[in-house]
Every structure is written in structure tokens, then in C-alpha cells.
Design a protein. Structure first.
Length: 229
């Protein structure tokens, strides 16, 4: 807005640039050969872009104040961050351990997501009367953080667990990017409706489930053919 201070306008410009960058870079990272240099490079750039989105969203959301958006920013960045960190935790299946940064990030995300769901359920006005959306995002954030931290204690048994987590969490962060795009641009065409917040999740979660199922079939041990008599 015109009345906003310069620092707010600066953060908004950085936020929009990072959001637009992450919106474009995710398909690039997904399209490149998995494990290759280009995939790693663009995946890292995407992670930094999502970090820029979250870092700028927090002070802007508190200034407005729009507490709901601040908590969603934490959830969206954690999805990308945990998707990256799991690449460093492949040895969990062999007795490895998570680092303090993994516990701290998971704990903060779970706490903020719990608060988001709580406010959506019992203090709707605090989350700009977006109670149902706050509950959905809060529950998703809690589940995401819980599953991650559970794997630190109860070590995964699937050798390729890290791949499923990496893929699913990065797609989850991209769902958040689509959600931001939807609620910022589409109200001009359709007005303000709850479905503008929820349709990326409604489409994205089944995509994660189906993609994970595909790779689980792909990585499943092949049963040897019986020897001819």
C-alpha cells in the first residue's frame, strides 16, 4: 500500500520476487535428471527462494498484522527445508541421528501449526475469519513435523525413505506457492472464497500420494523368475 513504510515496500518487493522465482523454479528442478548437477543446483535455488518468501512474510504478517500468513509461511518453508535436510539423513536406516537443527525446525513448525489450528478452531477472528483454512493448514503442518520427528526416533526401515520424503515435501512446499498465487491473484476474477485457499492442497496431496506410490513400485525389490525345469 502507498502508506506503508519503505522497509515494508522493500520486503514486499523481495517477497514477490522470491515467490515468483520459486513458482517458476520448482518445475525446472523436477524436470531435470534426479541427482544430477542441474537438479541439485535448481533445487537449492528453489530452497533459497522459499526461504526468502518465509523470512519476508514473517515481519510483513506481524506488521499488518496477519498472524495467519506468518504461520503458513513457517509451514511452507519447513516443507522445503525438511525435503532438503532428509538428503543429509539417509543413514537413519543404519542407526544415524538427526542433528539439532532438524529437531529445532520440526519443533517450531509443530508448535506454530498447532497454534494455527487452535486459533482457527477457537479464535476465528485472530486468523482473519479464515478458521477452516487455518485448521487445515495447521493440521497439515503438525502432521508434516510429527512424521519428520518420528523418523528421528523410530528409524525408517525402507532404504529409499529419503527419496519419498524429499519428493513429497518439496511438492508440498510447491503447493504452498500455488496457494499464495491463488489467494493473491484469483480473487480479482472470482472474489474472495475459501476454495481459493484449498484447491492447491486438494489437487496437490493426491499428486504426492500417487507419485510416492509410483516410486515405491519402481524401487520395490524384484522377485526373481523361477528357474526353468
Amino acid at each position: 500500500m502507498a502508506s506503508d513504510p519503505l522497509w515494508m515496500k522493500t520486503l514486499l518487493a523481495i517477497h514477490i520476487a522470491c515467490g515468483f522465482g520459486s513458482f517458476l523454479l520448482a518445475p525446472v528442478a523436477l524436470a531435470t535428471a534426479k541427482g544430477g548437477k542441474l537438479h541439485k543446483r535448481w533445487g537449492m535455488v528453489y530452497l533459497w527462494a522459499m526461504g526468502g518468501v518465509a523470512i519476508t512474510a514473517l515481519p510483513m504478517a506481524l506488521y499488518r498484522p496477519v498472524l495467519f500468513l506468518a504461520m503458513v509461511a513457517v509451514f511452507s518453508f519447513y516443507a522445503a527445508f525438511s525435503g532438503y535436510r532428509v538428503l543429509k539423513l539417509k543413514d537413519l536406516t543404519r542407526g544415524g541421528h538427526a542433528k539439532p537443527i532438524d529437531w529445532i525446525a520440526g519443533g517450531l513448525t509443530f508448535a506454530s501449526s498447532f497454534l494455527l489450528a487452535y486459533l482457527g478452531a477457537f479464535h476465528n477472528a485472530v486468523v482473519q475469519n479464515m478458521g477452516p483454512v487455518a485448521i487445515v493448514f495447521g493440521l497439515l503442518g503438525m502432521r508434516l513435523a510429527f512424521v519428520q520427528m518420528k523418523s528421528f526416533l523410530r528409524k525408517p526401515t525402507e532404504k529409499m525413505f529419503w527419496w519419498y520424503t524429499h519428493l513429497g515435501n518439496f511438492i508440498g512446499s510447491y503447493i504452498a506457492a500455488w496457494t499464495a498465487f491463488s489467494v493473491v491473484t484469483l480473487p480479482r476474477l472470482f472474489g474472495n472464497h475459501l476454495w481459493l485457499w484449498l484447491w492447491p492442497t486438494a489437487l496437490g496431496v493426491p499428486a504426492i500420494v500417487l507419485t510416492t506410490a509410483y516410486y515405491k513400485r519402481k524401487f520395490a525389490p524384484r522377485t526373481p523368475m523361477p528357474a526353468a525345469a
